[in-house]
Design a binder for this molecule. Structure first.
Ligand code: GLP
Length: 236
């Protein structure tokens, strides 16, 4: 894992954008995208940029189960709000969380991933080490699946909702195998609340009890963190 420590989330967005732009210039056709606060400055750089994305397919990691796509808390809405309304892509994919047959949706999503191998995957990390919504204990060979969100994830994500009761308890997420199959990964984490997670991800034991640690086994990961998120790392 390569760790880059930046001064701010703004600088992190620029560093991440440079990696993404290089991948696109080198022929990347499929970008795996993430939601949450961490990728926002990267998306701002993408919005400002003059890079042509019209031949690029995007595949998002996850979506809450039960929210309509136009619900402001849905990841469909987030992606439209932060990126897709501003820039044209060839295709954009986000898992559907409001379909009657979620298992069928998971199979459909895996088919999309199979047809569009991910060149560059953008990730954030949950305080409990989740990547996408792959919660602790998710098998490393998992593909797209429906998951129960842990209490810690519901707590961490309640800040976006009016009431904790409104936070969905289930999600549909790309699996760890699909994330690990992507050619290159950018992991973004900022702020002191992520310091423990960054330490466990980068220097802790590789174990599915902390899913992000599995990224240590990927050959091409760049971790972009600010000083607060890097505070607990021993080998800086
Ligand atoms: C959510 C998403 C994750 C994201 C995480 C961290 O749980 N499912 O993909 O990485 O939040 O979010 P943030 O960047 O806001 O800390």
């Amino acid at each position: 894992m390569k760790v880059i420590i930046v001064k701010s989330q703004e600088e992190g967005g620029k560093v991440a954008y440079d990696i993404l732009a290089k991948a696109v210039e080198n022929g990347a056709k499929t970008l795996g995208l993430a939601t949450g606060s961490s990728p926002i400055t990267l998306y701002q750089e993408m919005v400002k940029s003059d890079l042509d994305f019209s031949d690029i397919t995007t595949i998002n990691l996850d979506e809450y189960v039960g929210l309509e796509n136009d619900n402001v808390q849905s990841y469909h809405f987030f992606m439209m709000d932060n990126l897709f309304q501003f820039r044209d892509f060839k295709e954009t994919h986000v898992p559907e969380g409001k379909v009657s047959d979620l298992e069928e949706e998971a199979r459909r999503y895996d088919q999309i991933i199979e047809e569009n191998p991910i060149d560059l995957q953008v990730l954030g990390v949950g305080p409990n080490g989740h990547i996408g919504f792959n919660e602790p204990g998710t098998p490393i060979d998992s593909t797209t699946h429906i998951t129960d969100l842990t209490q810690s994830t519901i707590e961490a994500n309640k800040r976006f909702f009016n009431d904790i009761k409104d936070v969905p308890t289930k999600a549909i997420t790309m699996g760890i195998k699909s994330i690990m199959d992507s050619k290159e990964i950018i992991m973004l984490a900022y702020g002191d609340k992520k310091a423990d997670a960054v330490y466990q991800m980068v220097e802790g034991p590789v174990d599915v009890s902390f899913p992000a640690s599995v990224l240590q086994n990927h050959p091409n990961v760049t971790v972009i963190v600010d000083e607060a998120a890097a505070a607990k790392l021993e080998n800086k």
